[in-house]
Design a protein around this ligand. Structure first.
Ligand SMILES: [Zn+2]
Length: 161
């Protein structure tokens, strides 16, 4: 496949493009279909030439990518904008309860002879970890398909060697 095809500026159904999921394979048009197929992770994508868009319909809501002329933009969930509001919300969700419990633990320390003086500190750490885990899980939930597809593809590649 000539590399000049990879440098084509606009997305069209005859081109060869890097796979946005595994970032290893190449996606090419499936004959007679408005779809593209990755030769590495075997994902199938539907294409929208007008919008320069690639969609992975195998999950709901579908993940979509836009072609910027050189590469695919970060994956987006169709109909979902992950803006700064969400980022600030996530930071607040982790830091506020942790901060609150940390302040209480700092200003109201247990008596030095109490048997569980370490409890407030541990509780602060646990609060942070539990809230952070929820945010991390949400993040993975959004992006898990690319990660999992990549992992599966790598496993297959090594197993079939
Ligand atoms: Zn792929």
């Amino acid at each position: 496949m000539p590399t000049s095809k990879l440098l084509a500026s606009s997305f069209n159904e005859r081109g060869v493009y890097p796979c946005p999921v595994c970032r290893v394979g190449k996606i090419t048009n499936m004959p007679l279909m408005e779809a593209m197929y990755c030769d590495f992770c075997h994902q199938i994508f539907t294409i929208n030439i007008e919008k320069q868009q690639l969609k992975m319909p195998s999950r709901q809501p579908p993940l979509i990518w836009h072609w910027n002329g050189l590469t695919w933009t970060e994956a987006q969930l169709e109909g979902v904008e992950l803006g700064w509001g969400y980022v600030l919300g996530a930071i607040a969700f982790v830091s506020l309860p942790t901060g609150l419990i940390g302040i209480i633990a700092y200003h109201l320390p247990p008596r030095a002879d109490a048997p569980i003086t370490w409890l407030p500190s541990i509780w602060t750490v646990l609060t942070f970890l539990s809230h952070f885990t929820i945010i991390f899980w949400l993040f993975v939930e959004i992006y898990q398909i690319p990660l999992m597809a990549y992992w599966r593809a790598m496993q297959q590649r090594f197993l079939h060697r």
